[in-house]
Design a protein around this ligand. Sequence first.
Ligand SMILES: NC(=O)c1ccc[n+]([C@@H]2O[C@H](COP(=O)([O-])OP(=O)(O)OC[C@H]3O[C@@H](n4cnc5c(N)ncnc54)[C@H](OP(=O)(O)O)[C@@H]3O)[C@@H](O)[C@H]2O)c1
Length: 337
Amino acid sequence: MATVNRQITLAARPVGFPKVSDFHLVYGPLPSPAEGEVLVRSIYLSLDPYMRGRMNDAESYARPVAIGEVMPGGAVAAVVKSKDPELGAGDTVEGMLGWQEYAVARGHELRKIDSRLGPISTALGVLGMPGLTAFFGLLDICDPQPGETVVVSGAAGAVGMLVGQIAKIKGCRVVGVAGSDAKIAWLLDELGFDAAFNYKTASNGHGELEKLCPAGVDVYFDNVGGVMTDAVLRLINVKARISVCGQISQYNLETPEKGPRWLGQLIVKQAKVQGFLVSGYAERFPEGLEQLARWLKVGKLKYREDVAQGIEAAPQAFIGMLHGRNQGKQLVQLSGF
Ligand SMILES: NC(=O)c1ccc[n+]([C@@H]2O[C@H](COP(=O)([O-])OP(=O)(O)OC[C@H]3O[C@@H](n4cnc5c(N)ncnc54)[C@H](OP(=O)(O)O)[C@@H]3O)[C@@H](O)[C@H]2O)c1
């Protein structure tokens, strides 16, 4: 076992897009578990857009990361030493372990992973937080019906790729918006989306959407906000449902964007808009995970992972994800299974 714990801490608060110099690679001693705790060796680290918000010195639903503090993050890990009777050395667990190779955590705050349900990395994707976000954010908030048109932005990412496939399972017509031609080809050829377009090369996003949604939009799963959301809102049908999951187009702006004032459209279309945090569904996670695992097993859900190698690669991979370089779920592999 290693004697040194390599960690990535926050070195500086980013202005606009983060830079590699906003992070710091530090070497610390291996922590030691107290009663009720376990020492784990992380295998996969999850990189997620919410981490960008935590780097700001601004109160949100979670407190900011302090300068010098280890970056927060979910990880899948192997238990090395246990002082919790429920967990033993060799168990695979998932939890908020941070950007580091080893961590100590309270046993009851970890989820034990059943590797028969899928590769252990899926506990950070389709069988983890992004899967649950897609599941509840789409089904609970939007209740999509067969034949309805569902638009999903950020469609080729961890959450979006699953939203589109779940909407297909529910018999909807699915239109995806994503940021590269390779992503669009993947959505259409492998994930079964009915239509999709590259918002980065389309000269008129609204016009493109209008062409691809001839019957209007019944459901919009919003991962990005900004101009794409403005374009979708002009096309919503009466009784449309909009799930506001994320606003990634705004996360790295130095000054907040002003948009068109479209709330009147919600009156005319008697539409529902609801924001949510996946954590609000914690009590229903077992139900969501059970259904996602069943769909995964029978091949109704496909997924892709973008895996960077080594803790030192995490900052660059995180920045890449914010720029759209990931296709599917962005992970970092920290050690072998
Ligand atoms: N509410 C919740 O509880 C909850 C939980 C999880 C995630 N989320 C939110 O869900 C969204 C997706 O998260 P994820 O984990 O699945 O990330 P992801 O989609 O795997 O990765 C982020 C993607 O955002 C896209 N993007 C970046 N800048 C953009 C811009 N200016 N306009 C449009 N798209 C842009 C990029 O793809 P392109 O190449 O397509 O640009 C990038 O690949 C995020 O907004 C996140 O904050 C919310």
